[in-house]
Design a protein around this ligand. Sequence first.
Ligand SMILES: *Cc1c(COP(=O)(O)O)cnc(C)c1O
Length: 341
Amino acid sequence: MEKQNIDWANLGFGYVQTDKRFVSNYKDGAWDEGTLTSDANIVLNECAGVLQYAQTIFEGMKAYTTEDGRIVVFRPDLNASRMADSARRLEMPVFPEDRFVEAVVETVAANESFVPPYGSGATLYIRPYMFGSNPVIGVKPASEYQFRIFATPVGPYFKGGVKPLTIRVSDFDRAAPHGTGHIKAGLNYAMSLHAIVSAHAEGYDENMYLDAATRTKVEETGGANFLFVTKDNKVVTPKSDSILPSITRRSLLHVAKEYLGLEVEEREVYLDEVKDFAECGLCGTAAVISPVGKIVDHGKEICLPSGMEKMGPITQKLYETLTGIQMGRIEAPEGWIKVIK
Ligand SMILES: *Cc1c(COP(=O)(O)O)cnc(C)c1O
């Protein structure tokens, strides 16, 4: 198939409208069969549940072209089950997990000309989402919903090389204990916007959020989980009920253990011990891992030994192994790669 005439290597992370998107509606207690449409716009009643009470959830994943020219998606079954968890927490109907994966496949296949070529560094970002669509004015869950998936090509994350991030310990909280931090809800992002805008204004790339109850333990950033490496090469990630369970982070832990033979630990991580780590990275679909070079806690600087020039050695190995698996250069664990064609 002929590819779109796009300068893949210089694409940013922005919305580019593609040809087709998947839409399914929920009404009278059931999902319809769903369809692909060319219409990128949504017409909603002014009182729709999503507009009044933010009843909306989403997912994010990527399609890639592998070294041997196949188009694949990385572990979409985990996005399906995480979206089901998000739906249950916000009293929304679950879009069946097998149908979710089928709809991802259909959407990517219908936009094949927008899947960037192997080696370009670009990928096709896939955004499934669901929202309450009927009028709701008394506070309650909507009774009608729309589930949609669109895709948009995005450029390489590390343009012009990797640059370790400088982050600050935030005075704002991201998620309450027993709140919604563990689900992928739009509301978690709305409330993080002020914190990220002010972090950027002060020269930081990201916020490190602490646990809201004691403000002593590391949680995550606005959109990525932490991964630390100890001086004796153990991989550590924070454990908390209010962290969003990143699929990238879970995959990296598996890679650390099973491919690199490293010890891994998922446990509470105190802010006080961060100064003792050798490496720090942020994990998520967008970048896989972005290295952190410096963490600033109210004027006190914690400089990671890996420095401000490059990834630490373990972070680098993790990054290369997982991206190798995704791009088909390294054999993937059973079930990790969904082949579109
Ligand atoms: C989506 C998200 C992540 C990353 O999850 P991946 O599945 O790895 O993309 C991390 N933290 C938050 C808050 C998120 O919303």
